[in-house]
Ligand binder design. Structure first.
Ligand code: ADP
Length: 329
């Protein structure tokens, strides 16, 4: 019997956002609007997204003993996340300093802070969380050696989901544990490096699969997603929505996918649900503030009964030897 549907191991950041007329050049000072402080970080985002959907969720993360750390813990608790695994101290809470100009272009400086101090020993000390969680998800805003320790501590029968963001080369041990590895276009290209000469997402999916993960999901923004495993490559249509802000959509997608896989769905079914959650998330501003409840995901589907689901064009269909497994939403 599992206590948690999902254990997220990852980052928690305070996003400090200032609107500016023009982003400053070297040596320049510009005046901006009022500071807005939002809870963020990929780990914290995923945990909130999962809990909002009704999943029993725990977060293993590290924050500083400061006001930003308290803000992050409060936002996790407000969403229903169990924060028993959130460690405090060692460095200031991670922050992202974000300036946004009127066109929406931004410049971001990230100080990993306490996220960089989430150590392999912290994973070992939290082994009871691993033994009571059906699915474990991670990202790469924490040290890579900590992610390696996560895969070494997975309980038999639990499933590991990785969004390698920000992307960097992964050891075979981590790749082999992924079921699935979830990447967007940028992450796919960085992980494939020079191996990738193709612009076809179905090729990225196949080449990534050859690196060892049990399955791969490639997210394609408004174009939906591709899933790939030993049975072939299939497409998952996106849901047509009026996108307002795509911040954190990938985190919502990953959390929803992990939760659905844990509930026994197939990869294609889980990715279809995740695409609905990702679509719902882009209809509202912000990251965590935009994440839907299960009822809101339902309502989104019902609000578009006549929609023809968009598929990623001929991408997967045009590649010989692939099977089309996209589902109708
Ligand atoms: P990331 O945020 O990591 O770059 P994507 O932009 O690919 O990830 O978005 C993740 C998922 O969210 C997509 O696969 C899709 O299902 C959904 N999504 C993102 N943008 C849109 C959009 N404009 N319309 C509908 N769904 C979207």
């Amino acid at each position: 019997m599992y206590d948690y549907d999902l254990l997220v191991v990852g980052s928690a950041n305070a996003d400090l956002v200032i609107g500016v007329e023009r982003r400053p050049a070297a040596g320049e000072t510009v005046l901006g609007g009022d500071l807005a402080t939002h809870p963020g970080g990929k780990g914290a985002n995923q945990a909130v997204a999962a809990a909002r959907l009704g999943a029993r969720t725990a977060l293993l993360a590290r924050v500083g003993d400061d006001a930003h750390g308290r803000l992050l813990i409060d936002s996790q608790r407000a969403a229903g996340v169990d924060t028993v695994g959130v460690l405090v101290g060692g460095a200031p809470t991670g922050v992202a300093l974000i300036t946004v100009d009127p066109s929406g272009d931004n410049s971001i400086v990230v100080s990993p802070g306490a996220n960089g101090r989430l150590a392999p020993a912290d994973v070992r000390a939290a082994v009871s969380l691993f033994h009571t969680s059906r699915v474990v998800s991670a990202q790469l805003e924490i040290p890579l050696e900590t992610v390696v320790e996560v895969v070494r501590n997975l309980a038999p029968g639990s499933r590991f989901v990785l969004n390698p963001s920000p992307p960097r080369p992964l050891p075979g041990e981590v790749l082999a544990a992924c079921d699935p590895l979830i990447v967007n276009e940028h992450e796919a290209k960085v992980l494939l490096g020079e191996v990738c000469v193709s612009e076809e997402p179905a090729d990225w999916a196949r080449l990534l699969l050859a690196k060892g993960p049990k399955s791969v999901v490639v997210t394609l923004g408004a174009e939906g997603a591709l899933v790939a495993d030993a049975h072939g490559v299939g497409s998952v249509p996106s849901v047509t929505v009026d996108a307002v802000d795509t911040t954190g959509a990938g985190d919502a997608f990953t959390a929803a996918l992990a939760v659905r896989l844990g509930a026994g769905a197939s990869l294609t079914e889980a990715a279809g649900f995740a695409a609905r959650v990702g679509a719902a998330a882009v209809t509202k501003r912000g990251a965590q503030d935009s994440y839907p409840t299960a009822a809101e995901v339902e309502a989104l589907c019902c609000a578009h009964p006549g929609d023809t689901p968009r598929t990623p064009g001929t991408r997967s269909d045009s590649v010989p030897g692939t099977s089309e497994r996209g589902e109708t939403l």
